[in-house]
Design a protein around this ligand. Structure first.
Ligand code: NAP
Length: 291
């Protein structure tokens, strides 16, 4: 009988040694958190892309100054607008100047819009759907040849999509309602499931992450207008908001050998807030004292 305690090369199970990664929306926020994690888990090259060249360069400088990078590991700036086909083509061309393959694509760039139902603008709805859904599809399709180049049964390439718990439950309602955003995140989650089945036979997994509230440039306005960070932290079952390590752990897991048979999944990173709605909306006095 086989030795059921034998796990092949356990020390490398979560390693991303030598992997080539592209992170859209990588210049700040969750994308930059993830880029740091990819590099610190052993990736050899991480391409950082967003619209603003200066922001990409500054993120790359920060990443390349990390003290614990593998020898030769580097972040590279590749500014591009993911919402246009020209932008995506430019991104692919910039990446191809350095590599003939990509192991991990983190389709993370996204936008939101908050406005009441009666005045929720068509233009904003369209812009959010465009970047959060159509651009994700186009980016994955245009990167497919590079992702396939080294993908193998035993070591599939990975696509990660940043969705949101707003795509699983109801988004923000009221004055700052996020109808387009919530619908876009539900749509991109289902796109991920479709692509998981389509691309699985090409040895590419497709999974989504569903963050709850993380304090970033995108969420800070909404957090402030809806009662502030502390109120949201108190309303979370884990009594805090998300932090960079919460993103880091999940993206490294999904990108590593440990996650190689996870396909079509959507992983919530929200402290359980999705399931607390209507129940645990705020901490009681006893809990507040512990915060
Ligand atoms: N923070 C949260 O609480 C939270 C919760 C759930 C889901 N998410 C999702 O997480 C992802 C990242 O959000 P974040 O909170 O980190 O926001 P963020 O700090 O505002 O970062 C957004 C990133 O996307 C880039 N970007 C925006 N439009 C782009 C475009 N057209 N082409 C290329 N890059 C573009 C931005 O850079 P440029 O301005 O230079 O283009 C920036 O790097 C989004 O998909 C968001 O929906 C966030």
């Amino acid at each position: 009988m086989a030795d059921e305690t034998a796990l092949h090369d356990f020390p490398s199970l979560f390693s991303l040694k030598g992997k080539v990664v592209v992170v859209t929306g990588g210049s700040r926020g969750l994308g930059l958190n993830a880029a740091s994690a990819f590099l610190q888990a052993g990736a050899s090259t991480v391409f950082i892309t967003s619209r603003k060249a200066k922001a990409c360069e500054s993120a790359v400088a920060q990443l390349n100054a990390l003290p614990n990078l593998s020898p030769g590991a580097r972040a590279i700036s590749a500014p591009a607008d993911s919402s246009t086909m020209e932008g995506i083509a430019s991104l692919v061309a910039q990446v191809k100047k350095h590599t003939a393959h990509v192991d991990i694509l983190f389709a993370n760039a996204g936008a939101t819009w908050g406005e009441a139902f009666d005045s929720h603008p068509d233009g904003a709805f369209a812009k959010v759907m465009d970047l959060n859904v159509r651009a994700v599809f186009n980016t994955i399709r245009e990167f497919a040849p590079l992702l396939q180049a080294r993908a193998r049964l035993e070591d599939p390439s990975r696509v990660l999509i940043t969705a949101s718990v707003a795509g699983l439950g109801i988004g923000t309602l009221g004055k700052q309602a996020t109808f387009g955003y919530s619908a876009s995140k539900a749509a991109v989650l289902h796109l991920g499931r479709n692509l998981a089945v389509e691309l699985g036979p090409r040895h590419i997994t497709v999974n989504s992450i569903c963050p709850g509230f993380f304090p970033t440039k995108m969420s800070s306005g909404l957090l402030e207008m809806s009662g502030g960070l502390d109120k949201h932290a108190r309303g979370n079952p884990m009594r805090r908001l998300g932090q960079p390590e919460d993103i880091a752990g999940v993206v490294v897991y999904l990108s590593s050998r440990a996650g190689s048979h996870v396909n079509g999944a959507a992983i919530e990173i929200d402290g359980g807030s999705l399931w607390a709605r209507g129940g645990l909306l705020d901490a009681g006095e006893e809990d507040k004292a512990k915060l």
